[in-house]
Design a protein around this ligand. Structure first.
Ligand SMILES: [Zn+2]
Length: 285
């Protein structure tokens, strides 16, 4: 709050008279908006994230808990993971005047003419702003340097990794000189970073396939064997919240492989397990 307010003051922005464009619903991007915004402020969101913001109820969390438990997340750790989830602790507390921003919507701010670009993947309703003349891309958590945006699956209906890779392709050809991301440093060469991110996910997909070559497993077991760039010596030492993010990331990769015809799953309730399809197994032989 202190950093954000001092930044706004430095730019000469009176937050009580401002409208807000929120790239996505995650608490580290949207959490303070209800404190900052004045009465009647317009809060722009992508449609899917706006839907979630409007309907985050205890059932929303329960659905995620059930989904994770069925796919192997240990019940005793689930409570801790969800209890410490930033989305639960830091989401905006009051109801907001949400306005849906769609692909191609234009917004004029002073000398800037911004265009909204829908970029689902990191969240379903993730949106960016592009300034064509000034060649500026405000990209939220679509493209980050040093770290990779978390791509997670929390219900069966979506294929977030596929969405994400398509969103990267969608912005690749834009003429961009400066990228303003939601985390870490400002950068310039968005094309180079996009190529690295795509390569990263290809490597991850291959890693998941090689883990499944050992045999049928649940998603928690798959996640525990993936490579994680984190300062804990073993999977068992990961805090539950980190296991939760890793698990969601593993599921997003499993889902992508499933739609590619490389992975299948069977089972129900707490016994959903994944394996390579016969054709994928044979392709390797
Ligand atoms: Zn985020």
């Amino acid at each position: 709050m202190t950093a954000l307010v001092s930044g706004l003051v430095e730019c000469g922005v009176d937050s009580k008279r401002a409208d807000f464009f929120i790239t996505h619903m995650h608490a580290d991007h949207a959490g303070l908006v209800s404190v900052l915004a004045g009465e009647g402020a317009r809060i722009y969101f992508g449609w899917a994230d706006a839907e979630i913001m409007r309907s985050t109820t205890p059932e929303h969390w329960q659905k995620q808990i059930d989904f994770a438990r069925d796919r192997g997340f240990p019940a005793e750790e689930l409570e801790k993971a969800i209890g410490s989830h930033p989305g639960r602790r830091y989401s905006p507390r009051t109801s907001l005047n949400l306005c849906v921003s769609k692909d191609g919507d234009n917004m004029t701010v002073g000398d800037y003419q911004f265009e909204c670009i829908e970029t689902p993947g990191h969240t379903e309703g993730h949106i960016c702003l592009y300034e064509r003349d000034k060649k500026v891309l405000i990209c939220g958590d679509l493209i980050l340097v040093d770290i990779t945006p978390n791509i997670t699956l929390s219900s069966e209906e979506r294929n977030p990794l596929k969405d994400y890779l398509m969103s990267l392709d969608k912005v690749y050809d834009l003429d961009v000189e400066v990228v303003l991301p939601g985390h870490r440093s400002i950068f310039r060469d968005h094309k180079k970073r996009i190529r690295e991110l795509k390569e990263h996910h290809l490597t991850r997909l291959e890693e998941v396939v090689s883990i499944l070559r050992k045999g049928e497993q649940n998603a928690f077991e798959v996640a525990s064997q993936m490579t994680w760039d984190i300062g804990y010596k073993s999977w068992d030492l990961f805090p539950p919240a980190q296991k939760w993010f890793a698990f969601g990331e593993a599921l997003a990769h499993l889902k992508y492989l499933e739609e590619e015809g490389d992975v299948g799953w069977r089972g129900e309730k707490e016994g959903v397990v994944f394996s390579l399809t016969q054709s994928k197994k044979e392709a390797h032989q």
